[in-house]
Design a protein around this ligand. Structure first.
Ligand SMILES: [Zn+2]
Ligand SMILES: [Zn+2]
Length: 85
């Protein structure tokens, strides 16, 4: 069996892992594993949104709810609508 016998800590919560464990085990439980990978994808999505710029005023869009959001605010969205029609 591929096991380690050395100190280790959970990658997610930092809790001490059992000294004797499977070599691939880096989380204390399944919940930490899920949290860790959810965190990674959430971070990637947040970074993608951070690059968005408002098509009306050119300001970075903060707190975008969708990755294809085009306007920084409701005001810009309405402004764009008015100039277009
Ligand atoms: Zn943990
Ligand atoms: Zn704007």
């Amino acid at each position: 069996m591929l096991t380690l016998h050395e100190p280790g800590w959970c990658e997610q919560c930092g809790k001490r892992l059992p000294d004797l464990r499977h070599w691939r085990r880096i989380f204390c439980d399944r919940k930490c594993l899920n949290d860790y990978f959810n965190g990674l994808t959430a971070k990637a999505r947040a970074e993608e949104r951070a690059r968005l710029k408002c098509v009306v005023c050119g300001e970075p869009i903060t707190g975008a709810k969708r990755s294809h959001q085009k306007y920084c605010s409701e005001r810009c969205r309405q402004k764009r609508r008015r100039t277009c029609t």
